[in-house]
Design a protein around this ligand. Sequence first.
Ligand SMILES: [Zn+2]
Ligand SMILES: [Zn+2]
Length: 436
Amino acid sequence: MMYKSIRGMEDILPGGIRAWQSLERIARIELESNGYSEIRTPILEETAVFSRSIGDTTDIVTKEMYTFVDKKGRGLSLRPEGTAPIVRAYVEHSLHRISNQSRLYYIGPMFRSERPQKGRSRQFHQIGAEIIGSSEPQMDAEIIARLSDLLKLFGLEAFQIKLNSLGCKDDKDKFSGKLKNYLKGKKNKLCADCNNRLEKNCLRVLDCKNEECVKIVKDSPDIADNLCGRCGEHFGKVKMMLESYFGVQFVESKKMVRGLDYYTGTVFEVTHPDLGGQDALGGGGRYDNLVKEFGGPNVGAVGFAIGIERVFIALGDKKDLFGSPGLVYIATLGGDAKIKGRKLAEELRLRWNGFPPPDGRLYNLNVVTLLDWTDASLRSQMRSADRNGARVVIILGDDEIKQNKAAIKDMENKEPQFLIDIGSVVDEVGKRMGLC
Ligand SMILES: [Zn+2]
Ligand SMILES: [Zn+2]
């Protein structure tokens, strides 16, 4: 019997893991250095955490969640997104007592049972950040700037940030009525799903991809033109700050509502030409009522999420450029050579990776050392170095060590090997690998 992973849930193998690690590392450093702290919530939550926040008429909740009843009869779901669990944790642990603004970030798998296709796995991964505790427009601008900066650090350029405002709950309700009136007259042209949405949650019609529905929606009223004074002013400030403080480019996208009910006020989405029209690199928005609805204080919040798999699609071949460390293979012949080789490997890691880190700083993985302990012949050790993808091979034999020498073979330029003083090996390796 040979088992396979569940359809739409993929293994990430050693050959592809570097890109993931680099991306996650960039995100950690960028977010931590901007005052965000990581939060890790369980991947399972009570189903109500999602149905009451994302909305029980949304596609995510009605069609896409992995929901089951456990042995105690509780309805549980695998998390389809990261914000609702974080708000649940924020309220449960009274994080508002620790700081007036909690800047939080997360990296991890999410689960939605969509039809698997490129860029849409059933287990997919997100990097997200939230600022909980403030309704100020500064926070919207900061979170969008953070998102934009992160994507640039990942090496993306051609992305576009789309911006809209849904207004407060009153604005949303009023607009829903207005939209419903408009759509009612065109009811028979709308798809079956949209006829359903019209009664239950008519903003969802704006998300429909059906051609006829898109045509009808084109001439519908715009939500951003129907904001109350406060929400209009807030949205204006967000746009002004993005331009003047952060220099972030965006376009207004007046039909964008995002598929989750908890959003109020600013919403945004990032698209990329390599993803096609239907998929976004990421997005987010403000959710000022959710903390209160979950039993917490009446504070505003705003956040974003980035789809890691989609970043990789948008990066294309560039994703292989993510800091692959060079392998230094140390071939040894004889007992003294093994002892000297072990010491040399340690010196290399300490010098080029700063590891073990003397002051608790994050170390760089520039060099991977692989010491050949076997008693195999030099020829066979060289073959093994080649198969493992070594960048540089250091050859240590007992005879060379007696003269305080080591042989270096650069596997990239294929020049013949040469002898140098053991004391210069660490520098020589660094030079060949472009580290100094
Ligand atoms: Zn309003
Ligand atoms: Zn439709």
